[in-house]
Design a protein around this ligand. Structure first.
Ligand SMILES: Nc1ncnc2c1ncn2[C@@H]1O[C@H](COP(=O)(O)OP(=O)(O)OP(=O)(O)O)[C@@H](O)[C@H]1O
Ligand SMILES: [Mg+2]
Length: 312
């Protein structure tokens, strides 16, 4: 597999604060790679550096063989960056927005118009191309913004939280679009804070927290980091003793995560452990309200690696 993006020992400082702390990773050609992390993890800062908009304080970034700090113009041709906030003008129509972006890349007007309408169709906005963007919904603006990112037919797409703030149905539509980019042999680097988004769309995921990458692997290998463990969720009422401590001996690694009256444990053998857990709850003069056993998700992996939750 050929490497498309190489991030090598990159540090980004804002004054004394380190937003990105010695981060290294590679993205292969034609792969969808996600940076998954909560607010403030450093995802946007990394994307801005990879697209050549912001310079690293230390380290280097190579995109398709070009050092981003030295060949910013070349890198801008190769990369399409879709920022977190839609980058479209309300007073212009969809078509005019795309024509404007085409102009920035020096595309001729006739070519730009053709490309604009192809892209409007691609993102399902062909009926809306002549309407002002101020009439668009949030999801439509996001789709137009994705179309603008594709205007110069970039080989690499950097998509910064493409579905944050959108409702689940629209989110799914956008996931389909992103999945199509992959079948067009584009390389996609995605910043996500929905674990489901990273899980569904990516070949590999880098889990980020406070400026660091804490793990990189395929979603299924990351879940195996927890061991082939099942997650046992237990909701109780009126616990009289420190139940978490009592339950810790049934959880792999002794780890019990508590949120209010909900307890989470990991087990290789939930069938055997579950009756004993329930017994323990009864002994604590508490009541089991709900039990749920699931395979781990990337959210659980994140929690395990960082002790924090992804989606607060
Ligand atoms: N220009 C700046 N000056 C100072 N601090 C900054 C600047 N840009 C980002 N930061 C800080 O760097 C950290 C990383 O920010 P960044 O926007 O990269 O995070 P993120 O992972 O994209 O978060 P979100 O999910 O909220 O978009 C944050 O603590 C942020 O406040
Ligand atoms: Mg961000």
């Amino acid at each position: 597999m050929k490497t498309s993006i190489s991030v090598k020992k990159v540090i980004k400082r804002f004054g004394k604060f380190k937003a990105v702390k010695d981060v290294s990773f590679h993205v292969y050609e034609e792969e969808t790679f996600s940076l998954l992390g909560p607010n403030g993890a450093g995802k946007t800062t990394l994307m801005l550096m990879i697209s050549g908009i912001m310079m690293p304080s230390e380290g280097e970034i190579i995109v398709e063989g070009y050092n981003v700090s030295k060949h910013a113009v070349k890198v801008k041709e190769l990369v399409g960056y879709c920022p977190q906030e839609p980058i479209v003008y309300d007073i212009l129509t969809g078509e005019e927005n795309l024509m404007y972006y085409a102009g920035l890349y020096g595309i001729s007007r006739s070519e730009a118009r053709k490309r604009a309408w192809e892209l409007l169709e691609l993102v399902g906005l062909e009926e809306w191309g002549r309407k002002q963007v101020k009439k668009y919904s949030g999801g439509m603006k996001k789709r137009l913004s994705l179309a603008a990112t594709l205007i110069h037919d970039p080989k690499i797409l950097l998509l910064d939280e493409p579905t944050t703030g959108l409702d689940p149905a629209i989110r799914r539509e956008i996931w389909n679009l992103i999945d199509n980019f992959r079948s067009e042999n584009r390389t996609v680097l995605l910043a996500a804070h929905y674990m489901e988004e990273a899980d569904i769309l990516s070949n590999r995921v880098a889990i980020m927290n406070e400026g660091e990458i804490v793990a990189v692997d395929t979603p299924s290998n990351l879940k195996k980091l927890l061991g082939p463990y099942a997650l046992i969720e237990l909701e109780v009422r009126k616990s009289t003793v420190n139940l978490a401590e009592k339950l810790s001996k049934y959880s792999e690694g002794g780890q019990v995560l508590v949120k209010g009256e909900i307890f989470k444990l990991y087990s290789r053998d939930p069938d055997n452990v579950l009756p004993r857990i329930i017994e323990e709850v009864i002994k604590a003069k508490s009541k089991v309200v709900r039990v749920h056993v699931t395979e781990p998700t990337l959210e659980d992996v994140f929690l395990k690696l960082t002790g924090r939750r992804l989606e607060e």
